[in-house]
Ligand binder design. Structure first.
Ligand SMILES: Nc1ncnc2c1ncn2[C@@H]1O[C@H](COP(=O)(O)OP(=O)(O)O)[C@@H](O)[C@H]1O
Ligand SMILES: [Mg+2]
Length: 307
């Protein structure tokens, strides 16, 4: 009997990253929140899962390099569409007195069109058991794109997929706070697993505590809610079971970028393997703890292999 591994599909934007290695010299990498999550899930589960990424790229050399890297790292690229007249978004990390700042050129990226073709979207999500997206995926789309993405998620759920959603609120990608407050709940309505970070939710929805975030999201009918809170405990409500899991302290915090994305990967991978909520949260914390101990938003492959 052949056993088909579960198919996981993440949707969003991968950007070219330029990170300083010495004064005025930059290293080219690739990153993006949902991409970081998909990549870590694949490294954690290897052949136990099929992990695909859905986006639009250009037809240029950098887009070719990303596709080659994705394939080499075991990601399925059949959901990547190539646009002749667009390129990938870019960000540059600037260092000033050890303070890192991020500078973006992503307004015209190919990924902004990822929901332009409903047939392509539907085909890319077909047979998925888990579809992962974030508020960044939503934020980069225009109103019609958001409607098409919602429709595709509704269909995927009808076909048996679960949807995981990290609101990952980045005010710079939205036109107003009102737009955030009106749009995010529409996606929570099609979410099975919510993975917010408390500081984002407090800032935009006024939640006083992680428990308040859980209460608010539960009104959308979400049965699996996991609230991250930096070094603080993770608070969750999963099928009416409430739990709080202390976050182990990390002694050398080098770069916190990608912590939330890595947490999502550890948590979702463990849940896909059938682990219980507490163990899955601990797995998320372990992967996030590793990522903040390294530079960049992904754990180096060698280190991943040892996990
Ligand atoms: N200072 C820290 N010490 C230990 N773990 C951390 C720290 N910051 C983040 N983490 C881990 O990363 C996860 C996500 O962090 P958080 O800051 O809430 O997300 P985001 O990166 O999305 O802002 C936390 O749940 C925790 O497991
Ligand atoms: Mg986050």
């Amino acid at each position: 009997m052949t056993h088909t591994p579960p198919r996981i599909v993440a949707i969003g934007e991968v950007m070219v990253e330029l990170a300083p290695v010495q004064s005025d010299v930059y290293q080219r990498g690739f990153a993006g929140d949902t991409f970081n999550t998909a990549w870590h899930i694949r490294q954690l589960l290897a052949e136990k899962a099929q992990v695909g990424y859905v986006t639009h790229l250009g037809q240029d050399a950098l887009s070719d390099q990303l596709i080659a890297e994705m394939r080499a790292d075991g990601l399925d690229t059949s959901g990547v569409k190539r646009d002749a007249d667009r390129t990938m978004g870019l960000y540059v990390i600037a260092l000033q007195n050890a303070e890192r700042s991020f500078h973006y050129w992503r307004g015209q990226s190919a990924a902004r069109r990822l929901a332009d073709d409903p047939m392509w979207l539907a085909k890319s999500l077909k047979d998925a058991s888990l579809v992962h997206l974030s508020g960044i995926t939503v934020a980069i789309l225009d109103a019609a794109g958001r409607d098409r993405l919602l429709a595709a998620l509704v269909q995927a759920r009808r076909d048996g997929a679960k949807v995981s959603f990290d609101p990952n609120i980045r005010p710079g990608l939205w036109t107003s706070s009102d737009e955030i407050r009106q749009t995010i709940p529409r996606f929570l309505d099609v979410t099975d697993i919510a993975l917010p970070s408390f500081d984002d939710e407090a800032a935009h929805f006024g939640d006083a505590t992680p428990a308040a975030t859980i209460m608010r999201l539960a009104t959308s009918g979400i049965r699996e809610i996991v609230v991250k809170n930096g070094a603080g405990a993770v608070t969750a409500r999963i099928n009416a079971q409430e739990l709080e899991v202390k976050t182990p302290s990390v002694t050398s915090v080098i770069d916190t970028s990608g912590a939330g994305d890595a947490f999502n990967a550890g948590y979702l991978a463990a849940r896909l393997l059938g682990r219980d909520p507490e163990v899955s949260i601990a797995e998320g914390q372990a992967i996030a703890g590793q990522v903040i101990g390294c530079r960049g938003a992904r754990i180096p492959k060698r280190q991943m292999a040892a996990l």
